[in-house]
Ligand binder design. Structure first.
Ligand SMILES: [Zn+2]
Length: 134
């Protein structure tokens, strides 16, 4: 609508309607929508972004193609995990110990606990190690 002149009554009404939904940002004192200020702790959008990012520039979103690649990789990893034995890590540690590799007391206990295998009795030096670790 094109303005043809100054109408004090309607201009004041417009101003009042605008101000009813707006308040000052507590940081920069610019006028912002009440809803925005309410959501962002009394700050306008710009001040809130600055507050959250510490003034560092926000990196651009990856391209749609890049996002698709990331999702495909994530899906691949998750599907692989579902197919795998969830206690594979414990069996791997068990195989390493049985192959004669020296594992830490924590590793030895962890795979036994996961696979519900009773631990052999500790030697006196191992008992000391366990005592020191606790
Ligand atoms: Zn502000």
């Amino acid at each position: 609508m094109k303005r043809t002149g100054f109408d004090e009554h309607s201009d004041r009404q417009l101003a009042n309607e605008f101000l009813a939904g707006h308040m000052q940002c507590r940081r920069c004192a610019n006028t912002a929508e009440r809803e925005t200020l309410s959501s962002y702790g009394g700050m306008c959008g710009g001040c809130y972004t600055y507050y959250v990012t510490g003034g560092r520039p926000i990196p651009p979103l990856p391209s749609p193609q890049k996002r698709r690649q990331i999702l495909q990789r994530l899906r691949f990893v998750l599907e692989q995990r579902n197919e795998q034995d969830p206690r594979e890590w414990a069996r791997r540690l068990q195989r390493r110990e049985e192959a004669g590799e020296p594992l830490t007391l924590f590793q030895r206990e962890a795979w036994r606990r996961a696979l519900r295998v009773r631990a052999p009795a500790l030697s006196p030096s191992e008992r000391e190690e366990a005592f020191d670790a606790a």
